[in-house]
Design a protein around this ligand. Structure first.
Ligand SMILES: [Zn+2]
Length: 362
């Protein structure tokens, strides 16, 4: 993972922190010191933010370890300034498994909240009096109180029944126990978008951050519905049904200028790289542009091409191959039959395949 700092790993799940996270810390330091806040107070705010993000990591581990129980691995957990993302290899489709994987994250925060509440109880704080938070600043004696409230808010926020929040998945899992997954997703998605519109309107008159969250939820719900629809339309097909046998080829030792020429003179956005008549790699439009910027048009194609392309088998289920391409962020893959290269599978082509299927269904 580029531009991210590794924080280590636990049970085969690597944890990374994205570089933009440093901007958040920088912003906290600059904005508060400009208001004349003493250095010690700023330090406590930073300790609070770091502790809160540790709780976010625990939340993501809740998902990752629950998924591991069902044999699903997690590629990594990445921390961004807006929160964490656990990249699961795939989502469990069995409703009860999805329910457990989705609910495990918020449950972790509720667990932390309960433990911290107990601690607070001993120290004499009234945890239910949230108003006191506005009057006390973060410091050694109040950080536990802040962390407890933050964990409760994290849990409740994630339980909002709308994609892409955990609550959206929990809702879909409940619905999917009684109906097909695609239909359950459609209903859960509509509920999520309805909530998002409500949140946007409410936020317009109260808090602009709610408007942003509303837009985020609205788009996320739409994306989840179309993703699941695509997935269910691909079911029952094999890779060989969507294979592309016509493609443009380029020699591995040709200069980039050859690729540019082909790019400008055809509809193709990626090419198959060959060596002694054997397909050995793929070259995408982005790789061509990157190569031009870094080494100019005399650079050899093999220097910029992906010489270790993803491989799928002709008899592999199309939905599985598609999901694999998504998780590995691959736009194109080699299709192999009996150990031999047969053609390519590309995401655009899969999307066209789905559009044709939908048109026929209607
Ligand atoms: Zn979560």
């Amino acid at each position: 993972m580029k531009l991210s700092l590794s924080l280590g790993s636990y049970k085969n799940v690597k944890v990374y922190i994205h570089w933009t996270f440093s901007l958040l810390l920088l912003w906290i330091i600059i904005s508060n010191s400009r208001q004349g806040m003493p250095g010690m107070d700023i330090l406590w705010i930073i300790i609070f933010v770091l502790a809160l993000f540790a709780c976010v990591v625990f939340h993501e581990f809740g998902h990752a370890l629950a998924a591991q129980k069902y044999g699903i691995q997690t590629k990594d957990i990445v921390l961004y300034p807006i929160g964490g993302v656990a990249r699961l290899e795939k989502l469990p489709e069995e409703p009860k498994q999805e329910l457990w994987v989705a609910i495990s994250g918020p449950l972790v925060n509720i667990g932390i909240f309960l433990i911290l509440s107990l601690v607070l109880n001993f120290t004499g704080f009234d945890i239910t009096n949230l108003e006191q938070l506005e009057s006390i600043k973060i410091g050694p004696s109040t950080i536990v109180l802040y962390l407890a409230s933050a964990n409760l808010i994290l849990a409740l926020f994630n339980l909002i029944p709308a994609f892409p929040m955990d609550g959206g998945r929990i809702l879909r899992a409940f619905l999917a126990i009684r109906m097909p997954r695609a239909k359950a997703t459609k209903i859960a998605g509509s509920i999520g978008q309805f909530l998002a519109i409500f949140l946007i309107f409410f936020g317009l008159f109260n808090n602009p951050i709610l408007v942003l969250i509303g837009v985020f939820i609205f788009l996320g719900a739409g994306a989840e519905v179309s993703h699941t629809q695509q997935e269910s339309l691909l079911k029952g097909f094999k890779v060989k049904d969507a294979i592309m046998m016509k493609f443009q080829i380029l020699g591995f030792d040709a200069p980039l200028s050859k690729a540019v020429e082909k790019l400008l003179n055809s509809q193709a956005t990626h090419f198959v790289v060959v060596k002694d008549d054997v397909a050995v790699g793929t070259l995408s439009r982005n790789e061509i542009i990157k190569g031009l910027q870094e080494g100019g048009e005399n650079l050899l194609i093999e220097k910029v091409a992906d010489m270790n392309p993803m491989k799928v088998e002709t008899e592999e289920d199309l939905d599985e191959a598609w999901k694999r391409m998504l998780t590995e962020s691959r736009k194109v893959a080699f299709v192999i039959e009996n150990g031999h290269f047969l053609g390519i599978l590309d995401q655009e082509n899969i999307s066209e395949f789905v559009m044709v299927k939908t048109a026929i269904q209607k």
